[in-house]
Design a protein around this ligand. Sequence first.
Ligand code: SF4
Ligand code: SF4
Ligand code: SF4
Length: 166
Amino acid sequence: MAAAALSRRALLFGRTAAEAPAVRPPWALAEAAFASLCTRCDACVRACGEDVLARGADGLPRFEATAGECTFCGDCARACGTGALDASLSPPWELRAQVGPGCLPAHGVVCASCRDACPESAIRVPPGGRGAAWVDPALCTGCAACVGVCPADALALADAPLEAAA
Ligand code: SF4
Ligand code: SF4
Ligand code: SF4
């Protein structure tokens, strides 16, 4: 496995939620431009019917991957009047689900909660606890429906595909 992939996995799964970089709402500009344009008005947070956006400690909105699923309805982007969220961007983000080393079937425990929650049928799980779940990055939209349902907290979102967990 490449060292870059190893360090990236450590970045994702070795940190607490408080330490992890904030995931911005869908259609957010790159972080510097987003932070510059966002007036911290909370309009996007209020517009989200799925309650997956929240105001962070920095006052900026963040996507809470463990809170539920983004349906990509676009209400947040339409509510943003400053351009910090740009509804013309396609896709809305590059996030994909990543499976970490805590995945239960990788340790012989039968589980398919993430697969069953995925609206895109993007997750494969070997039967009988004989290997880790695997996310097809071509199908995954980064909606996070799988993240909060994992009993082992083994899923996270990242902006580039990783190698499958060993
Ligand atoms: S696209 Fe819709 S569900 Fe997703 S964060 Fe925005 S308002 Fe919420
Ligand atoms: S609606 Fe736009 S300006 Fe207001 S908090 Fe959300 S991203 Fe920032
Ligand atoms: S983040 Fe990807 S793998 Fe997880 S439920 Fe959504 S589409 Fe499926």
